[in-house]
Design a protein around this ligand. Structure first.
Ligand SMILES: Cc1cc2nc3c(=O)[nH]c(=O)nc-3n(C[C@H](O)[C@H](O)[C@H](O)COP(=O)(O)OP(=O)(O)OC[C@H]3O[C@@H](n4cnc5c(N)ncnc54)[C@H](O)[C@@H]3O)c2cc1C
Length: 582
């Protein structure tokens, strides 16, 4: 066990940094966190405030398969977590498509001919015997068929990542598999609305995130939770220094860690700690470490890429015109990727309940003209796009604010796995007592809950005084996922630090339809296919709605076929009966 006076330093007061600080201060350790932002804790999960209107950097659903994470949220905000129904739709070619799907609406929107063509393109893809798909376009075409890919994956995915799907690794989709099958999607879509299970036990473990119909949300946005966590840490004697950027990280001769801190006025000071936890971007960390890591690790770190993100919060003098929490905008003519309707996340996000606040979300890179446009130009463009969607009328938008979030998403290009492996090996060998956690901290596409899990396991490792858990395995394999759903304690014992995580094969030849009918159909018909279903092509956990969509089409086709067979059978029977009568 570590001595109680063990001093822990933490870079960043986002979900990962604050989770570690909370747990370690609760265990009685001396904890200090440094946060570059002068105002907000919560990192990407903060809630910004503009003239009394609150908005997230993306809407943040609180849902975890881990009971421990859910309990953590309840412990911090016992009375302020709202249970919200989910409504999010896709805007495509002037029409809205519900998610989860409404069968009548889907067929009505697509039309019978389009639906049939889409089903045909799906089967064509399934019968294809082309080589293993290496890129996302091939992977998704193989999995969903060309038409579904073009309609509902391509445009939004390319907006999010800013590159053609051909240039995105198929690993990315494969890694996001969360156990969704067509059968499950279809049955969830056809079942009467069922609430997301309460945060306990097996039932929750089997939930597919994409199909949840409700989630939790702090009444003042996610920042409320992280502000409360920071306050608790400070009550216990921990320190959270705002406006304090870590500029350098150095290993001392006696095996401790020295950080160089810069405060808002530019003054620099140094601080030594026994163990250091970093949620700062992995690439940044490696290139600010002394003694330097081997060249290969530094080159790998410099090559890690990120996607930036900006929100234009528009304030309208009229109430919201749509009931959704958020909308996906697939239309390639528009630059906006999603629209958040913050009043529908929590009414208390609005300064005035008779007004609306929409978050127009743009995925971009900090080198883009969009990112470098003036705030006024961005507000004008976002207003034009909102009007063109018919979601506001001329004169409705009365104000706006812009928030630029650099490094919102770690990019999974085709070399990221190898780069991460190289960095991880160097850190593990040369940097004892330095722990990386979180989303950018591990260059891993983690949501809040996974970012928190990495911090929870790190806290346990520190408290145990040994490397009990392999933090790198969180959010990696379905097996780990399955286990992390229940209790983290069972999650990733037996560290295997240098072994790269097992990424499920993108081309595993399993039925996308599932058991029973699916396998019956599959045997004679399908030779190729995906494993379960890809997870979101967006950053929030939007997942594979076309899977559910297609499942419904498939159900219709099968149902239609069954009806035809039944009527044929009863007609034959009728003829036989008539013959017998005669
Ligand atoms: C658009 C979008 C939507 C999302 N939606 C959801 C959702 O619905 N549900 C969900 O669970 N998750 C969601 N996420 C993911 C969630 O935001 C992240 O998983 C989470 O914020 C990551 O936490 P973190 O602590 O690892 O990193 P961050 O949130 O990035 O926090 C890191 C902190 O470290 C600070 N920092 C960095 N470098 C330094 C330095 N050198 N010195 C001092 N401080 C430093 C930063 O300022 C920041 O505050 C979304 C993300 C995005 C981009």
């Amino acid at each position: 066990m570590p001595t109680p006076d063990l001093r822990i330093g933490i870079i960043g007061a986002g979900p990962a940094g604050l989770t570690a600080a909370y747990l370690l201060s609760k265990a009685g350790l001396d904890v200090e966190a440094w946060e570059a932002d002068p105002t907000y804790v919560g990192g990407i999960s903060r809630t910004e405030i503009y003239k009394g209107f609150r908005f997230d950097i993306g809407g943040h659903r609180f849902f975890s398969k881990s009971k421990e994470v859910e309990d953590f949220w309840s412990e911090i905000l016992p009375n302020d977590m709202l249970e919200r129904n989910r409504l999010s739709r896709i805007f495509y070619r002037g029409k809205f498509y519900s998610y989860p799907l409404d069968l009548g609406e889907v067929i009505g929107n697509l039309g019978r001919r389009q639906s049939l063509l889409t089903a045909a393109s799906y089967f064509k893809a399934k019968l294809s015997t082309t080589a293993t798909p290496g890129n996302l376009e091939d992977w998704m075409t193989r999995k969903f068929g060309g038409r579904l890919y073009q309609m509902f994956f391509r445009s939004y995915t390319e907006k999010v990542w800013g590159m053609p799907c051909r240039d995105i690794s198929a690993d990315w989709a494969a890694q996001r598999i969360k156990g969704l099958s067509l059968t499950k999607a279809a049955s969830a879509a056809l079942r009467p609305a069922r609430r997301t299970p309460k945060p306990d036990g097996e039932e929750r473990a089997d939930v597919i995130k994409t199909l949840i119909t409700s989630f939790r949300y702090p009444r003042h946005g996610p920042g409320m939770l992280w502000e409360a966590a920071a306050a608790r840490i400070q009550e216990r004697g921990g320190r959270v220094h705002m406006g304090t950027r870590v500029n350098g990280v150095e290993r001392t001769g006696d095996g401790r860690w020295r950080v160089t801190l810069e405060s808002g006025d530019g003054a620099e000071r140094q601080r030594e700690v026994d163990q250091l936890i970093s949620s700062a971007p992995l690439g940044w960390l490696v290139n600010h470490l002394r003694p330097t890591l081997p060249t290969a690790a530094r080159e790998a770190a410099s090559a890690l890429r990120y996607r930036d993100f900006l929100t234009v919060a528009l304030i309208l003098k009229t109430p919201s015109r749509f009931p959704d929490n958020w909308l996906y905008i697939h239309d390639p003519q528009l630059q906006v990727g999603r629209i958040q309707n913050f009043g529908n996340w929590s009414p208390e996000m609005l300064a005035d309940p008779s007004m609306a606040c929409y978050g127009m979300e743009y995925f971009c890179s900090s080198s883009d003209a969009l990112w470098n446009s003036s705030d006024a130009a961005l507000i004008a463009m976002a207003t034009r796009e909102l009007l063109s969607l018919g979601l506001a009328e001329e004169g409705d938008v009365i104000d706006g604010a812009v928030v630029r979030q650099p490094r919102a998403c770690p990019v999974y290009d085709d070399a990221y796995t190898e780069r991460r492996r190289c960095i991880r090996a160097a850190l593990s060998e040369l940097c004892p007592g330095l722990h990386v956690v979180g989303r950018n901290g591990m260059h891993q596409y983690n949501n809040q809950d996974h970012s928190m899990m990495t911090a929870m396991l790190t806290a346990r490792n520190i408290l145990a005084g040994e490397q009990l858990y392999d933090v790198w395995q969180v959010n990696q394999t379905p097996t780990i996922l399955k286990r992390e759903q229940l209790v983290l304690a069972a999650a990733v014992r037996r560290p295997n630090l240098l072994k790269p995580p097992v990424v499920p094969e993108p081309t595993a030849h399993r039925s996308p339809i599932g058991s029973g009918l699916g396998r019956l159909l599959q045997r004679p018909l399908l030779r190729a296919g995906g494993s379960a279903a890809a997870r979101p092509l967006g950053p929030t956990g939007q997942q594979v709605w076309p899977t559910a969509h297609f499942a419904l089409l498939l159900c219709c086709a099968v149902g239609h076929q069954a009806m035809v067979s039944l009527s044929y059978a009863s007609a034959s029977r009728y003829r036989v009966d008539k013959r017998l009568e005669r």
